[in-house]
Design a protein around this ligand. Structure first.
Ligand code: 9WO
Length: 232
């Protein structure tokens, strides 16, 4: 999969894609990430890409020209253009899985108070939010989206079971994990995990997951029968 990140700060992304699993995925050729600086598409040679909002209000707005030209400079026939914004549809595991099938993603990161709406109407296919909060830019959400999606690209994660069994694939939380030592500062590992009865272990983990999901995220449940609300 090829991904283009369009932003005002390509240097922001130094780090997250250069370590661990995403680094390995890039090195192995599963994932190619390229950066475009929207400022390279400024109208003027001073590199100005923002202006004051029509109608008044605080802050600055990214002008449509530089954004539209930046997108068109990387667009291919099969590209999907995504704008990361708090006004988008909430990102879910199902959406990540769907996006992981894309050939070419263009991720548009906003800055300042936002992007001129006409650029979004003209070039963006989909607006996605990673949660109900406002950040200083769409850069961190782009990293989150790529990280969450990369796990669904075959080969990126060593063990395929880790993807199908991970949290939210089942519509409920993951169960708690334990490793050595068996006794840590007086706290013991739950004995069921040491017994080797795999049916019992499966049952215990499921019960733990359900209990915590119900307690922390009752919205993930359809009423009292523990039916996950989350369907693909
Ligand atoms: C800033 C601001 C300041 C004063 C008055 C109104 C304001 N609105 C904003 C604002 O929403 N800025 C955004 C910053 C513009 C688009 C890029 N930015 C952004 C993206 N912040 N948070 C996101 C984001 C993206 C995806 N999921 C969650 C948050």
């Amino acid at each position: 999969m090829e991904i283009e990140i369009l932003s005002l700060f390509p240097e922001y992304f130094r780090g997250p894609f250069d370590v661990s699993m995403l680094r390995r995925a890039r090195d192995a050729g599963f994932l190619e990430i390229r950066h475009t600086d929207i400022r390279d598409f400024a109208e003027s040679k001073h590199g100005r890409v923002d202006d004051r909002p029509f109608g008044g209000g605080p802050g600055m707005v990214l002008q449509p020209g530089p954004v539209v030209r930046a997108i068109r400079s990387v667009r291919k026939e099969r590209s999907r253009v995504i704008y990361l914004s708090p006004q988008g549809a909430l990102l879910t595991a199902a959406k990540c899985q769907e996006l992981s099938l894309s050939e070419h993603l263009i991720l548009l990161c906003g800055h300042y108070e936002g992007i001129d709406e006409r650029a979004i109407e003209m070039e963006v296919d989909e607006e996605i939010s990673i949660g109900d909060y406002v950040l200083t830019s769409g850069c961190a959400p782009a990293i989150v989206l790529i990280d969450a999606m990369a796990r669904f690209i075959p080969g990126v994660i060593g063990h395929p079971d880790a993807v199908s069994e991970d949290s939210f694939q089942e519509g409920i939380f993951d169960s708690p994990h334990y490793t050595r030592p068996e006794n840590f500062e007086g706290k013991e590992v739950p004995s069921v995990l040491l017994g080797g009865n795999h049916a019992e272990i499966r049952k215990w983990r499921k019960a733990q997951a359900i209990e915590k999901t119900r307690r922390v995220r009752p919205d993930l449940f359809l009423g009292e029968h523990c039916e996950p609300l989350y369907v693909h």
